[in-house]
Design a protein around this ligand. Structure first.
Ligand code: ZN
Length: 215
């Protein structure tokens, strides 16, 4: 999913060339994620919908960090965003043992980003949760049956139609599942993932995302 945002200096990489590495949250030079942003942007989970949790709202420095991670492929932000995702998962009241299933990536997104970024962040979240005593693993159990359109400019109804029937879970995980994605907007992508898993016989406990964007 791409977002309709103007090209910033950050995104163009010009600032990187001129000033060296700088913070995705506040653009101060030095590190990709500075100590001040780390202190300011703390996970503050919200229940977006029944059984859908987000670690925070799509605004401010968290929004900037996710944009840098999504659009510029700043992989070093996997760590901080994975921590946020772990907090959203904990907010859902997970069982002691569960499987994390990331939303499948489209070929368009994989080509643009060169990786399945949500899967990588899910792995960081799983490591964090394991250290917290949960027994969890990441299984990319859902695949796309067909490619979907870019959701950015679609209405809620169009989004639902765009993703309906697009996913399949051929080998559903054993045990409770928590579906994860980066951003929840209308919830149609998460609902489709849940449908695919449940048809295959899986039990979905909840869904969790890094941020929740207004509809
Ligand atoms: Zn900063």
């Amino acid at each position: 999913m791409k977002h309709a945002v103007p090209m910033t200096l950050w995104q163009s990489g010009v600032l990187d060339l001129l000033l060296g590495v700088h913070c995705a949250g506040c653009e101060q030079p030095g590190e990709r994620w500075c100590a001040e942003c780390d202190q300011t942007v703390r996970p503050d989970p919200v229940e977006v919908d029944s059984e859908v949790w987000a670690a925070g709202l799509w605004r401010g420095r968290l929004r900037k960090a996710i944009l840098a991670w999504k659009l510029d492929g700043v992989e070093s932000l996997d760590q901080v965003l994975g921590l946020h995702l772990a907090c959203a998962i904990i907010a859902s009241g997970p069982p002691e043992s569960f499987v994390i299933v990331p939303i499948p990536t489209t070929w368009r997104s994989r080509r643009e980003r060169g990786r399945h970024a949500v899967l990588d962040v899910a792995k960081v979240a799983a490591e964090t949760l394991s250290m917290d005593g949960y027994r969890t693993s990441v299984e990319p159990a859902i695949s796309l049956r067909r490619q979907t359109r870019d959701q950015a400019f679609l209405t809620a109804r169009m989004r639902a139609a765009n993703v309906r029937g697009s996913m399949v879970a051929k080998r559903p995980p054993i045990g409770p599942v928590i579906i994860v994605d980066d951003i929840v907007t209308t919830g149609s992508t998460l609902a489709e993932a849940r449908r695919a898993l449940e048809i295959a016989g899986a039990w979905v406990h909840a869904s969790a995302t890094i941020a929740s964007s207004p509809r």
